[in-house]
Design a protein around this ligand. Structure first.
Ligand SMILES: [Zn+2]
Length: 363
């Protein structure tokens, strides 16, 4: 674990030495749980409205694990270049692009939204009515030396923020920013329960909630993670393997319950998270790593006046807000750095949940 400032891998400008003879590296999913590092033709110059990005760092997320394992409902064809969130440097600019220049450091928004529907026009990008696909999941993603992107889907990285930290903005930070502040409307002074505080988004939620002066209760699966959760600001840490978190939260809040529950674990914890809420409390969820379905007590739902928010992805504004937080010193918790050809080792580590914070892939 580190604050994420020390390692500036690939911070220098210029084309990657890996791009030779018109070929570039691309990490390609060829079958379920089978990724190959291939040499493929580099993209043509960026078209009208596009930029060409030299990718420097990629953040791993659970969506990468889902994609790697294979998902029956996902419409996609293999081989597929992996990598869902990334940071890099602009090395080419197509016609009509005035928003960025060669040499700019940027992150990319990996959902190919239409840019013209009502939701897109209103800045609610993750509610786009015509979203084509998620890069790295449905269509080719960012784990390659060069990628051409619509210029409207990139955001500049503020000075002083490394590629490695910025790579966590489009998915991990953006998702949490959207969950806590657009959906759950978390406010200073409130109490929040963050499930699985050792995960990439859990550790981000702890830091973002502490930064605005909330009381943070979090759950983790072992004592080593408990110590780490304290060092990043959690006020109370519950080892869910040795204690019933519902009972502990009840005690910690004087039987009142928390204002907000931050969920992404699913069936293993969802109803327990609801039980932890005070009357009128808000539960926000962006994932369900422990399964798909639950049975819910509807009496409890309306009598306690719970508000439940499903949240997926974020808007471009949320990415800007995330990068601004990083520039102000709120950095991602980095568990491990792996090299491009060790991408699968990173996924296996993420799947095993033996992580505290984010896994970053550098080129
Ligand atoms: Zn749209």
């Amino acid at each position: 674990m580190s604050g994420g400032t020390g390692n500036l891998v690939g911070e220098r400008a210029g084309p990657s030495p890996a791009i030779a003879g018109g070929l570039m590296r691309a990490l390609t999913l060829v079958a379920d749980r089978q990724i190959e590092l291939r040499n493929i033709p580099a993209p043509a110059a960026p078209a009208e409205g596009e930029v060409q990005i030299h990718i420097k760092a990629i953040g791993l997320n659970h969506i990468d694990v889902w994609g790697w394992r294979g998902m029956a409902f996902a419409k996609r064809t293999l081989p597929l270049i992996v990598g869902v969130e990334a940071a890099g440097e602009i090395v080419g600019v197509g016609g009509g692009v005035n928003s960025c220049r060669v040499g700019d450091r940027v992150v990319a928004y990996g959902a190919l939204t239409c840019g013209v529907c009502k939701a897109c026009r209103e800045g609610r990008d993750n509610l786009c009515e015509n979203v084509a696909s998620i890069m790295g999941f449905h269509v080719d993603g960012f784990a390659r030396d060069l990628v051409n992107m619509p210029a409207r889907l990139v955001e500049p990285i503020p000075a002083g923020v490394s590629f490695r930290d910025a790579a966590c903005a489009p998915v991990a930070f953006g998702t949490v920013q959207h969950m806590l502040f657009d959906n759950a409307k978390l406010e200073s002074g409130e109490t929040i329960l963050v499930q699985a505080g050792g995960s990439g988004i859990g550790s981000t939620a702890i830091k973002m909630a502490k930064a605005i002066g909330c009381t943070v209760i979090t759950t983790v699966g072992d004592d080593a993670k408990a110590a780490k959760a304290k060092t990043i600001g959690a006020d109370h840490v519950i080892n869910y393997r040795t204690e019933r978190f519902e009972g502990v939260v009840r005690k910690l809040t004087g039987k009142k319950g928390v204002d907000v529950a931050f969920e992404h674990v699913g069936p293993d914890t969802f109803n327990g998270s609801l039980l932890c809420l005070k009357r009128g409390g808000r539960l926000v969820t962006c994932g369900s790593t422990s399964g798909q379905s639950i049975t819910m007590n509807l009496f409890q739902l309306y009598l306690q006046q719970y508000r439940i928010f499903g949240s997926f992805g974020c808007s471009l504004r949320n990415i800007r807000e995330s990068l601004a937080k990083m520039a102000a010193g709120l950095l991602p918790v980095i568990d491990t750095d792996v090299r491009l050809d060790d991408f699968e080792r990173g996924l296996a580590r993420l799947e095993s949940r033996q992580v505290f914070g984010k896994i970053i892939v550098t080129f």
